[in-house]
Design a protein around this ligand. Structure first.
Ligand code: ATP
Length: 248
């Protein structure tokens, strides 16, 4: 599903952002702390009142869609997502099925299979019966992703999805994201991981300063100007370029 933002703004925090993200694309939002990445994600999900501009999913403006229809199309894992403490892991993931359920379509065997698959994709099936309150930060993050996958959206928005994960699960998550058929928009701090996205948008002071192929956009000059770091690019054949960073 294509997601199109036109002249998006909210207070002075996000200013005049226009971007079109193609169906199936993995789009990384990068930028320093406070540059507006999370706010832009919330705008793209239609979660902020009195926003300027417009967001459309394919050709339908979000403003013309019922919340339930948006939830069938778009899942959003926020940076500080939380869940009722008393839930089991499986219950938390089952919540992802909510937009698809109704009195004539109650939770059934097919929903249970979808939940099992989502748990397996984030390597949490062994903990399905654990109480949410006992999970570590990274385990909680994986459960939130499982809930979003169980929602079977066509657009997945992730706010810093790797920030609590150990290196194995960071790489597994990035690999999973690459294989998903969904459009993925994610805020990400690790610029080396951002290099694996199809495109990146660089946020600074609420504006999207640059957008495009990460290898072309994330130049040492841009990284110095936006992130105030020095970066040496390391190229290896057949691999996305890597950066080694140093203070300026
Ligand atoms: N509801 C709000 N009211 C006032 N200021 C806000 C609000 N939400 C965000 N801000 C401010 O807007 C700026 C952008 O915040 P945002 O969370 O979008 O940045 P970010 O790029 O995601 O940052 P980080 O990398 O630290 O997560 C920050 O300075 C933040 O303090």
């Amino acid at each position: 599903m294509r997601i199109t933002a036109k002249a998006l703004g909210w207070r002075q925090i996000v200013r005049d952002v226009s971007v079109e993200i193609a169906a199936g694309e993995t789009f990384g939002l990068v930028g320093p702390n406070g540059s507006g990445k999370s706010t832009l994600l919330r705008l793209l999900a239609g979660l902020l009142p009195r926003a300027a501009g417009q967001v459309a999913l394919d050709d339908t403006p979000l403003s013309a869609m019922a919340r339930r229809d948006i939830a069938r199309c778009l899942a959003f894992v926020e940076q500080h997502a939380d869940t009722a403490e008393a839930l089991r892991v499986r219950d938390a993931v089952e919540l992802g099925r909510t937009p698809w359920l109704s009195p004539i379509a109650p939770f059934g065997a097919q929903d249970a299979d979808i939940v099992d698959m989502a748990l397996a994709r984030v390597d949490m099936q062994a903990m399905a019966d654990r109480c949410w309150a006992t999970l570590s930060g990274g385990e909680r993050q994986r459960v939130h992703l499982a809930r979003a996958l169980a929602q079977q959206p066509r657009v997945l928005q992730l706010d810093e999805p790797t920030n609590h994960l150990d290196i194995h699960h960071q790489l597994a998550l990035m690999a999973l994201v690459r294989t998903l058929p969904q459009t993925v928009v994610m805020a990400i701090h690790d610029l080396n991981q951002a290099m694996t996205c199809d495109r990146v948008g660089v946020m600074s002071g609420g504006r999207m300063l640059a957008c495009g192929d990460p290898a072309q956009v994330l130049t040492p000059e841009l990284l110095a100007a936006v992130f105030r770091v020095g970066a040496t690019r390391l190229d290896a054949p057949g691999q996305p370029p890597l950066f080694r960073f140093h203070s300026l």
